[in-house]
Ligand binder design. Structure first.
Ligand code: C2E
Ligand code: MG
Ligand code: MG
Length: 587
């Protein structure tokens, strides 16, 4: 996770290189730097040639670079600086009259900031230095976090199956989903029989081949929504959503175990490796990951001891939760009956009060006064074949609404939540573009929000989908930012326009708190990348000033507006404007 600000900019000596050919300008900048409060040392170069020799000779923490030099343009030096000092070495450009446009261009090449020489003063220079050093420290942390992430990567190198990390992550998700939608599931622990013998007699290469073959045989027997993982050694495990009762689960477990009854040929030998399977259910055997794993583990050992292939842990035998199939059937009907509707929650500019967008949130109007929130059906939908239908249905509702507003002269942008799993669909790009076209809605008007934790699972496919839709001008926002881990890498991996800070940060924010410092660090990074930062879950407008001061200019939450039917928006908007005006007058 992020460090606090004091850690973010260590108080060590900052090595600055000033590349400037104009004697007067150089003298001025030198003077300003003389009053810089951080310990630093300054070297100077007056040409590109001199600068490159200097950069190669010793390391620097920051380069102040004149745009126009006697022997070429400062921008020519950027690739060289990045190659020798790394991309995290911040470059601040100073520009004379008329080179501002090119300087902005240069920022795209990786320049951190630019300062026009006209009007340059001590304060501006010091501030640019402070920001750039903070940014560079953050880049360093980002690289370290990514390396960590790669190390503990999510898949098993041998079989290509999810590894222990990803398995537990999914299991925890399944438990959290159970807490919301009460859809039970089964956990299977599997252990190969006599695997040690294979290793001992045929060697490790043969052992590896057996493990790969086991994965090849088991995978096709499971559905896309199931998770099969290799936990290590000869231990495999599975999560089977929707298999919330003993009958379905033991049937499946039996099929898995039977798949290994057919002999395999390894190292020229035909052999049969059996497997012991232990089964536990959520909620009968537990509702948290550890409980479930230990019960499945216990059942697995019983199965080994009793030489049975499948044992279901003899826990309490309460009736399992109603299957999510029931919910799915009802939602399908609800869509056909047009009972799914969108409510809209405004995102506002916390400084001006202006409404900058509306987030569409799905509701199921089950009957008069009976409104069902997405948490009660979405998890089941996301694990079912209904997800595509549901996604395009809700997107269509949003596009139709956007069209209606456009016709009435209102072009407020709308954001639609997209289940991350949709990013793996090959036809997503085509289907989405078709819908935009059908309603003749400009691509910039409707964007997608995707949650950060969900992105983790299939990064390459997700990045590709985000990039492709982005090329068509359809923007993405990362939802619940900060709720997961390694969040920073997403900012680089995914071209997003907006991040929404998770409400856990926002609810407790106060000036000077750790969350406030964290928010500011994120805001600095986002500002450099041109990403808008929105605070979600604002329940008390008192934090508005703190948020704005930390660089988080936009917000959303009950204190501003609850999600509401489209028809309620005009009345809310009038009330909000009046309230905002009077609150600003009072403060
Ligand atoms: P989200 O996208 O993070 O949406 C914010 C959720 O927080 C909404 O709940 C909203 O009503 C609630 N919220 C807003 N302001 C506040 C606040 O100040 N305090 C508190 N405590 N809560 C606040 P909702 O509408 O129940 O949606 C829950 C989640 O369901 C959404 O989280 C989103 O991930 C998902 N979702 C909603 N609609 C759709 C949809 O059409 N498609 C997909 N795929 N997911 C959706
Ligand atoms: Mg959202
Ligand atoms: Mg959110």
């Amino acid at each position: 996770m992020l460090a606090t600000e004091t850690e973010a900019v260590p108080d060590r000596n900052v090595r600055i290189l000033l590349v400037e050919d104009d004697d007067v300008d150089r003298e001025k900048i030198r003077r300003f730097l003389g009053q810089y409060s951080r310990p630093h040392s300054l070297s100077e170069a007056i040409s590109l040639g001199e600068a490159s020799t200097e950069i190669r000779r010793s390391g620097y923490d920051c380069i102040i670079l004149d745009f126009r030099l006697g022997d070429g343009s400062g921008t020519d030096l950027i690739p060289f600086i990045q190659e020798v000092l790394g991309r995290e070495c911040p470059i601040i450009m100073v520009t004379g009259m008329g080179s501002e446009t090119s300087a902005v261009e240069a920022m795209r090449e990786g320049v951190f900031d630019y300062l026009p020489k006209a009007g340059l003063d001590r304060r501006k220079l010091h501030q640019a230095l402070d920001n750039s050093l903070r940014w560079s420290e953050m880049q360093r942390q980002l690289t370290a976090a990514e390396q960590r992430l790669r190390r503990q990567s999510l898949y098993d190198g041998l079989t290509g199956l999810p590894n222990r990390n990803l398995f537990f992550d999914r299991l925890e998700h399944a438990c959290a989903a159970f807490a919301r939608d009460r859809a039970g599931f089964a956990v299977l622990m599997m252990d190969l029989n006599r695997f040690k013998e294979v290793n001992d007699t045929l060697g490790h290469a043969a052992g590896d081949e057996v493990l790969r073959e086991v994965a090849r045989r088991l995978s096709p027997l499971l559905r896309q929504s199931d998770t099969l993982a290799r936990l290590g050694g000869d231990e495999f495990a599975a999560i089977l959503p929707g298999a919330g009762n003993a009958e379905i689960a033991s049937h499946l477990a039996g099929r898995l175990s039977a798949a290994l009854h057919v002999p395999m040929t390894v190292a020229g030998k035909r052999l049969v490796v059996g497997m012991s399977v232990g089964v536990a259910f959520c909620p009968n055997h537990g509702t948290d990951a550890n409980q479930l794993m230990s019960r499945a583990d216990r059942a697995m050992y019983q199965s080994k001891r009793r030489m049975l292939s499948v044992v279901i842990d003899a826990g309490s035998d309460e009736a399992p939760a109603p299957s999510s199939q029931v919910v799915i059937g009802q939602i399908e009907q609800a869509m056909l009956r047009r009972e799914l509707v969108l409510h809209y929650q405004p995102k506002v500019d916390l400084v001006s009060g202006e409404v900058v967008g509306l987030e569409a949130l799905v509701r199921w109007n089950r009957g008069p006064g009976d409104v069902v929130r997405p948490a009660d059906f979405l998890p089941a939908v996301e694990q079912s074949r209904l997800l595509d239908f549901f996604t395009y249905h809700t997107l269509e509702l949003a596009l139709r609404q956007a069209r209606e507003w456009l016709d009435a002269g209102n072009g407020t942008p709308v954001a639609v939540n997209l289940s991350a799993r949709m990013l793996e669909r090959e036809t997503l790009e085509r289907d989405v573009l078709d819908l935009f076209e059908r309603y003749a809605v400009p691509h910039g008007l409707v964007s997608f929000e995707i949650t950060e934790t969900a992105l983790l699972v299939n990064v390459p496919a997700a990045r590709e989908a985000v990039r492709r839709l982005g090329e068509h001008g359809i923007a993405f926002s990362i939802d619940d930012f900060g709720a997961g881990y390694a969040s920073f890498s997403y900012l680089r991996d995914f071209r997003v326009r907006e991040i929404k800070m998770d409400r856990t940060f926002i609810s407790s924010i106060s000036a000077g708190s750790f969350d406030a410092v964290l928010l500011r660090s994120v805001a600095v990074l986002c500002a450099a990348l041109g990403i808008r930062v929105v605070a979600e879950g604002i329940e008390d407008l008192a934090c508005r000033d703190v948020l704005a001061a930390e660089g988080c200019r936009y917000g959303q939450g009950y204190a501003i507006a609850r999600p509401m039917p489209a028809g309620d928006l005009p009345a809310w908007s009038a009330r909000w404007k009046a309230e905002f005006r009077s609150a600003n007058r009072d403060s």
